[in-house]
Design a protein. Structure first.
Length: 226
């Protein structure tokens, strides 16, 4: 009887220990965060798969994004499939570092669709400031400058397709911005009443085709990163 009680106690203790270790190991799994944006103007709605597991409940359509998703750090396989199919238009292995934030954009015309990944620095802005990043994702548009309409002051200079800036501190407020052909005063796109709140972090990306119409026409989209 004593042996039986002792054995049971040892087994119970072992189970508690193993369960505790399992929970600790689970808690220590390194994590990253990923935001995926559909920025291919003529691509259909898509599904996003991370390590072959679908993470969106409804088709992701141009120019929407997933918001930040928490995933395991390390090498992750990212697939972008035509919604409801196993047809992968993007299939890429991407290394995600622990505790870092990333934006992944599906870009270009659907016949040449590819992915670009950016590291998102979400450090809080200083008092009275917002942080803003510009990403050029219009496939047939030339390199551009982004300038304040009222003063002509260039905020982001000479960015070509697939190029991006870092997050830049700007005074909080409402801005009218001109997207101009780089190095000229020729305005390709007007961005009126862009409201930047203090403490917020934004990505502004050029979308669509310079020659596009309807939902595919040249425009801009704003993502609130934080």
């Amino acid at each position: 009887m004593k042996f039986s009680v002792l054995a049971s106690s040892l087994i119970l203790s072992s189970l508690v220990f193993l369960t505790s270790c399992s929970k600790d190991e689970e808690a220590e799994v390194a994590k990253s965060r990923v935001l995926v944006t559909h920025a291919s103007p003529d691509a259909p709605g898509v599904d996003l798969l991370i390590d072959n597991s679908k993470v969106n409940s409804a088709a992701l359509n141009f120019p929407s994004n997933t918001g930040y998703l928490t995933v395991d750090a390390g090498v992750r396989n990212i697939k972008v499939n035509v919604a409801g199919t196993a047809n992968s238009v993007i299939n890429a292995d991407i290394t995600l570092e622990q505790d870092k934030n990333y934006s992944i954009f599906a870009v270009d015309a659907v016949s040449k669709i590819s992915a670009i990944a950016l590291v998102d620095d979400l450090t809080a802005p200083a008092a009275g400031k917002a942080h803003v990043r510009f990403v050029h994702l219009s496939p047939d548009a030339p390199a551009v400058d982004v300038a304040v309409a009222s003063s002509g002051a260039v905020v982001f200079a000479n960015k070509a397709f697939k190029e991006s800036t870092g997050f830049t501190p700007l005074n909080a407020g409402t801005y009218n911005l001109d997207v101009r052909v780089a190095g000229t005063s020729t305005v390709a796109l007007v961005l009126p009443a862009i409201n930047l709140e203090a403490g917020k972090i934004y990505t502004v990306f050029a979308k669509g085709f310079l020659s596009g119409t309807g939902t595919q026409k040249l425009g801009a989209e704003i993502i609130v990163n934080k």
